[in-house]
Design a protein around this ligand. Sequence first.
Ligand SMILES: Nc1ncnc2c1ncn2[C@@H]1O[C@H](COP(=O)(O)OP(=O)(O)OP(=O)(O)O)[C@@H](O)[C@H]1O
Ligand SMILES: [Mg+2]
Length: 404
Amino acid sequence: MRIVLYTGKGGVGKTTTAAATAVTAARRGARALVASADAAHSLGDVLGLRLGPDPRGVALSGGGSGPDGTGRLDALEVDVRAETDHHWGAIRDWLVSLFRHQGIEEVVAEELALLPGAEELTTLLAVERHAREGGYDLVVVDCAPTDAALRLLTLPEVARGAFRVLLRVQQALAGVVTPMARSVLSVPLPESRVFRDAERLLYEKLRTLRGLVTGDDASVRLVVTPERMVIDEALRAHTDLALFELPCDAVVMNRLLPEAATREDFFQDWGRLQAERCAEVEAAFAPLPVLRAPLQEDEVTGVAALAAHGEALFGGHAPGAVLARAPRVRFRKEGDGYRAEVPLPHAERESLDVAKLADELLITTGARRRALALPRRIAALDLAGARLEPEGLVVRFERAGGAA
Ligand SMILES: Nc1ncnc2c1ncn2[C@@H]1O[C@H](COP(=O)(O)OP(=O)(O)OP(=O)(O)O)[C@@H](O)[C@H]1O
Ligand SMILES: [Mg+2]
């Protein structure tokens, strides 16, 4: 099963592009699901249907269902609140009782117990469950704007680190200790059920989710318009995606003035500027393909308009194909030591920070940090230097006291 996730700056056309991708794939014969993971749902508006948390069939009017009749389209909007209650209910109830025990008012306790990241994780869990159960060839995810989408996609890895700490607490409290501690301590201790939930999340779900978003079948596509701020945000997102090895396979250039319009006097300057921005995007994101979509005369809503939009966007490309392979982190032997190569397109030295802490390499790019687990052989070595090269960040490791 292939999964394609769309993100980009607010309002650039993510939902439209996600829906057009799924409609086009289904009309060409795929079993496709389009899911909205943006809490501010607008997928239903774009499809002209009322959507809920379970997949609902979308009629592929006109185009039929592919040459062999296999194509079909389902759509859904994740109900973040219901999913969060389901997955985190037990942990949250315990936190609320803990805070209340300390004299904190119920309303405030409930606010405090909102676990950071819980909504992002449960959104991904819901998408994963439907994707797995529905037997789809292609799952298209309409994500929130860039920052929230990156939080969503990096959480399976970031949360794993946090849960490791939680797990140690559980081990400390487990078994005999708990009943005894219960009578001595004046705070409520978590039921073991609470931690069993967390453990299950840790070992099964987080690994599954990380596999889902970083696997060879997953791709993120960045939607842009020919505007400076939009492109800059996409460039930063591309760096952050690479840092977490979230593979990006294409850029979608949306709302391009049609060629004919740019020949009109009034639009000539816009046309020139647009051509410059397109060239810039092609160069900056190379070797990623840049798919182009025209500015339509009217809003793109309903299956027929989405199908036309998708055909213009994809042309000869298959909407669900892997359009480019993203490089991954590599470790290689170098002299007496090792080197790590971390692909970081568009990274700037000033906003980059590298440190080694025990068996992890901490890499910070502007607002985001990844704790990259080091193979045991390399974890035993010292960080000997880091530099930005065309292929990315190169970090050298040598034996303590320098190369022997
Ligand atoms: N190529 C296009 N031509 C004309 N209208 C477009 C095009 N792409 C998107 N639109 C319109 O622009 C508006 C915003 O598009 P859309 O909702 O897809 O953006 P979004 O990136 O998902 O926004 P948000 O960040 O709010 O989720 C919609 O009214 C949509 O119909
Ligand atoms: Mg949207």
